[in-house]
Design a protein around this ligand. Structure first.
Ligand code: DX5
Ligand code: ZN
Length: 218
């Protein structure tokens, strides 16, 4: 069963809880949290304070995508704020093994992602240590960008590697997903689909989520 993880980045920041209530009504399980530091990516989003505050009233699985340089410095804080999954970038970690091990030791699910220009082969050796492999289908940094078609080949390569090596690793995809490309995305073999602007900025949130579910089940 494929799951949808709406990205908070595209929600209405002046009334976040109203949007989250709609996601809850639509039976959403995962909430994707995009953290940007203005250094690893040319944008700044939000931090621990906001996560902690929404954690109090919401039971979603908090899927935290760290677009920050040397995330190992802040893993405890993201755990304490309420993250369930922490995903780090291959390019952002000077000691990737140590970073992944630290997430594991904190008792969280371990996620690994990579920028579109990084070769899939670079991340394959780490997948045995990872619960979620996130394929970026846009350059990280902003919501609302166009989907990169070649990301589907990356998903297929990663899926093949996971199956051949009998690994227990989910595949997530993030960036530019819309109802019109969703079917092809699902058919490539992903388990988790992130969607931001198409969920929050395209009419009624609940109706949009249901359109996704319908395509998941088609
Ligand atoms: C981009 C983020 C994405 C983004 C997705 O850096 O990682 O999660 O918010 O937004 P859409 O679905 O609008 O591309
Ligand atoms: Zn993301």
């Amino acid at each position: 069963m494929v799951e949808l993880a709406p990205s908070l980045l595209s929600s209405n920041f002046s009334n976040i809880q109203a949007d989250l209530d709609k996601l809850k009504d639509a039976n959403i399980k995962y909430l994707h949290l995009d953290i940007m530091d203005g250094i690893f990516v040319p944008n700044i989003s939000f931090g621990f304070g906001l996560i902690k505050s929404i954690r109090k009233n919401n039971d979603f699985i908090f899927d935290t995508h760290l677009m920050i340089d040397e995330p190992i410095r802040y893993l405890e804080e993201f755990k304490d704020s309420g993250s369930d999954i922490i995903t780090v970038h291959y390019e952002a970690c000077s000691d990737l093994n140590k970073t992944l091990e630290k997430i594991r030791k904190l008792g969280l699910k371990v996620g690994l992602t990579f920028k579109p220009k990084t070769k899939v082969e670079c991340i394959l050796p780490y997948l045995k240590k990872v619960d979620v492999c996130l394929v970026m289908s846009v350059e990280p940094g902003f919501g609302g960008q166009s989907f990169m078609e070649d990301s589907l080949d990356k998903v297929r390569n990663i899926k093949k590697y996971i199956d051949e090596n009998e690994l227990n690793c989910l595949i997530e995809i993030d960036g530019g997903i819309k109802t019109h490309n969703l079917k092809r995305v699902i058919d490539s073999g992903v388990d988790l689909v992130v969607s931001g602007s198409d969920i929050f900025s395209n009419g009624e949130i609940k109706d949009q989520v249901f359109k996704y579910y319908k395509i998941f089940n088609s």
